[in-house]
Structures are given as C-alpha cells and as structure tokens.
Design a protein. Structure first.
Length: 159
C-alpha cells in the first residue's frame, strides 16, 4: 500500500472460512482499516488469528529490528489496542496470549544450528533481514528482555 492509501483487499465479501496474519500489524499504521477489511472478507462464524510483536510498555526501542530499521516505520500497538480495533470492526475478541518462550526457543535453536554447521544456512531469516540480521535479532531480544515488546497471539471470530 502507498502512504495514505485506503486498505482494500481484492476479495468478495464473506469469502473466507478463516484467516490469520503473521507479523503483519507491526507494519500497518491503520489497523482499523485492516480489521474492517478482514471482517468484510470473512464468512460469519469464521475465526481470525493474529501473531504479531506488540508493545508491552512505553519506552525507547532499540533499532533496527526485523520489521523496521528505524522508529518512524515501526507501527507497534498494544494488545489492548488490537482488541479494541477488532471489536470496533465487528469481530468478537476470544483470547490473547503472550508467547515470549517461543521466541527464546526459536532463536536458541537457530543459534545452535549455526554454531554446529559453521554458519547460517543459505536460506534463513538472515536472507530476509540482509547484512544487519545479527543486529536486528540482538535488538529484538533486547527489547523483549526489557519487556518493551512481546510476541502475542490473538484469536477473534466474526459473529
């Protein structure tokens, strides 16, 4: 999407039995439009899942991070802001879970495999994050450790 453009998905109303976003909201400023469009394309009774990094408390984040090289392009919100946006779009909020442990296990496994193999595999997160991948991961872990951010799962339903 271009800056300032309205969010519109090229799908018919009530088209999908379910949907999820995986690390999307951190880059979307207008979450109200995102959630309204998701509501529009879901069938009644459909479940919607979110897995995003979300703001836990105020404070300056270390940058760069995997989704943003600087604060001006990071669009983090709190779980409560997500909940409010989902409800305002017409979705029923079912649950929210903070899942920091998954990130710790995931990054620990990546580090162990890289050490075991003498470096990272040809295709992995560093491919997407490019030359400063190590710094982005270090800052992500530091921000989680400082309880400024956390990975969060949210489940909602279109009623």
């Amino acid at each position: 999407l271009e800056q300032g453009s309205a969010l519109s998905m090229p799908f018919q109303d009530n088209m999908f039995d379910g949907a999820y976003t995986l690390h999307v909201g951190m880059n979307v400023d207008d979450k109200a439009s995102l959630f309204s469009e998701i509501y529009r394309v879901l069938k009644p009774g459909a479940t919607f899942g979110i897995y995003d990094i979300m703001r836990q408390k105020e404070g300056d984040l270390l940058y760069p991070v995997p989704w943003a090289t600087k604060s001006s392009i990071s669009k983090l919100s709190t779980p409560e802001q997500y909940k409010k946006g989902l409800i305002n779009a017409g979705l029923s909020f079912l649950m929210s879970t903070t899942v920091e442990i998954l990130h710790w296990v995931f990054f620990k496994q990546i580090r162990a495999k890289a050490e075991e193999n003498g470096g990272p595999p040809p295709l992995s997160l560093h491919t997407l994050m490019q030359e400063n991948a190590a710094e982005k991961i270090k800052n992500l872990v530091g921000n989680i450790t400082a309880n400024l951010i956390a990975p969060v799962e949210i489940i909602a339903r279109k009623t």
